[in-house]
Ligand binder design. Structure first.
Ligand code: MSP
Length: 484
């Protein structure tokens, strides 16, 4: 693994960030931090950002009273960027599809597909969901013939002349690539779902919309009456971003797309087909997560039951929120959370767990007035199965990484209870030294999940300057304050 490129979906600029977006972005951030530790800062490129075109964005701008949709997306951009920065998201590039460089890149790409004779003009007749920005096939509809994710009024009947892409020509090849794990899809149940849908046969897809119906988009090359279908140009962000940043070489390394289950077909079938048609390299892996539901209900902008990341950040702080989200990661299936669940988890694992352990141990060390070895390179490796963590991360099982962490916390807590060093501090030096190093080693190992806590530890123990390895230890309290 030489270079690693990690992407999140680019989110529709028609609303504020919700917990689902926060989940994928936090996951991407943790992976980026993990790989930066492993292969070096300069060998990791992590992008996230906004999908700024399409009907739903245009409609949201109108509803918000904006005459100019660009002014609206500029405002949204500021809001999302601020949220990601305040959440300590270490992206390398924030994507905006209204960037003129992206538009130029997309047009060139489409011309290439034309040249390869994979585009033709025809008529589309059927349903279109403005919420999904999707031409709905039978398999997309629920029993009532409606979109399962969006309100009834967001689905419209359309009959229009569009440009089509020959998806049917490439789908068998994509099925083969997925089958042979040349495109690796995680987890296994999502891979199987794709293969079985591919097995049912694939039709060509519409890749443009008439300008008279939607003007907010990128004009089709050589046809001023058509606009490029928003999904096609959005997918292209994954390579236009590299081109804009002159980082094209990342596309030849380890490339990873993270996404939710509702957009798996776009990423894992349509996207590789477009790449095959343009004769570009394919991405290597994609991780398809399930949905995070709240109190047994789907969370979505149009259903109006959205928990904001802001709410989480205010209550649990940066690392607290990251931990709660990652430990609830919907892996094979959806997962369900409530604020009560988050409160309990935060208190037991972080406040009474890690925070309390660090506080008790450093307090005892302080009382002894002795110096302690703080050298993390000492042989603690055997305490934690680092290879296990590595293989879990490689399979995107961050919730299991969190469980490993929880086992460690409970182990250390028991050790402390058993040894009761406070009863005989004079004879407890070795024990305190050992447990202190173990705690530091733990925070160091999990620093991709707790980046702020790690920073605090480095500062508190003066570990930034490498000379001193033995030092006095001061009480470190309130790493994860109790909830009010
Ligand atoms: N703009 C497209 C993506 C284009 S990528 C080339 C889009 N945007 S979105 O804002 O609607 O959704 C982005 C992501 O949020 C998707 O991965 C989707 O699965 C995820 N989530 C939306 N609701 C979610 C939950 N309740 N839980 C977890 N993730 C969910 O689609």
């Amino acid at each position: 693994m030489d270079t690693v490129y990690i992407t999140t979906p680019i989110y529709y600029a028609n609303g504020s960030p919700h917990l689902g977006h926060f989940l994928t972005t936090t996951l991407a951030d943790s992976l980026a931090r993990y790989y930066r530790n492993k292969v070096g800062e300069e060998n990791v490129f992590f992008t996230t950002g906004l999908d700024e075109h399409g009907t739903n964005v245009e409609q949201a701008a109108l509803k918000a009273g904006f005459d100019n949709t660009k002014d609206y997306v500029d405002l949204r951009f500021k809001e999302w960027k601020k949220m990601f920065e305040e959440s300590n998201i270490s992206y390398n590039y924030f994507v905006r599809t209204t960037n003129p460089k992206h538009k130029t890149f997309v047009k060139k790409f489409i011309l290439q597909l034309f040249k390869n004779k994979d585009i033709y003009k025809s008529y589309y007749s059927g349903k279109y969901c403005n919420g999904c920005e999707k031409f709905l096939t039978k398999s997309d509809l629920d029993d009532r013939g409606l979109c399962p994710l969006h309100r009834k009024d967001q689905v419209v009947e359309v009959k229009e002349e569009n440009y089509f892409f020959k998806l049917s020509k490439y789908a068998p090849q994509v099925a083969e690539l997925i089958n042979q794990n040349k495109i690796k899809i995680f987890p296994e149940n999502k891979r199987k779902e794709l293969l079985s849908r591919l097995d049912q046969g694939v039709e060509d897809i519409s890749i443009s919309r008439p300008k008279e119906k939607i003007s907010w988009g990128i004009e089709f090359p050589n046809d001023p009456n058509q606009v490029i279908y928003v999904w096609v140009e959005a997918l292209l962000n994954y390579i236009s971003s590299l081109s804009i940043n002159k980082k094209e070489y990342f596309w030849r390394g380890h490339t990873v797309h993270l996404l939710g289950k509702d957009i798996s077909w776009f990423h894992n079938v349509i996207w590789p087909s477009l790449l095959l048609s343009a004769k570009k390299n394919l991405f290597k892996e994609s991780f398809v997560h399930g949905f995070l539901n709240v109190g047994g209900q789907k969370m979505s902008k149009s259903l109006g039951n959205v928990i904001t990341p802001d709410h989480l950040l205010k209550r649990y702080g940066l690392d607290g929120s990251r931990y709660l989200i990652l430990s609830s990661l919907p892996y094979q299936n959806d997962s369900d959370v409530t604020m009560d669940y988050f409160d309990n988890k935060y208190m037991s694992i972080l406040s009474n767990g890690l925070g309390n352990l660090v506080s008790r141990v450093t307090k005892l060390c302080e009382i002894t007035k002795k110096t302690y070895n703080l050298n993390l390179t000492s042989s603690l490796q055997n305490r934690l199965d680092l290879q296990k963590i590595d293989s879990l991360v490689k399979e995107y099982r961050l919730q299991d990484v969190c469980f490993l962490f929880e086992d460690q916390i409970s182990f250390l807590d028991k050790e402390l209870q058993k040894a009761k060093p406070w009863e005989n501090l004079d004879d407890s030096y070795d024990f305190l030294q050992d447990i202190l190093l173990h705690l530091l080693f733990l925070i160091n190992t999990f620093n991709f999940i707790f980046p702020k806590t790690y920073e605090r530890i480095l500062l508190h123990f003066n570990l930034l300057s490498k000379q001193k390895t033995k030092n006095y230890v001061g009480h470190l309290t309130n790493l994860f304050p109790r909830l009010s």
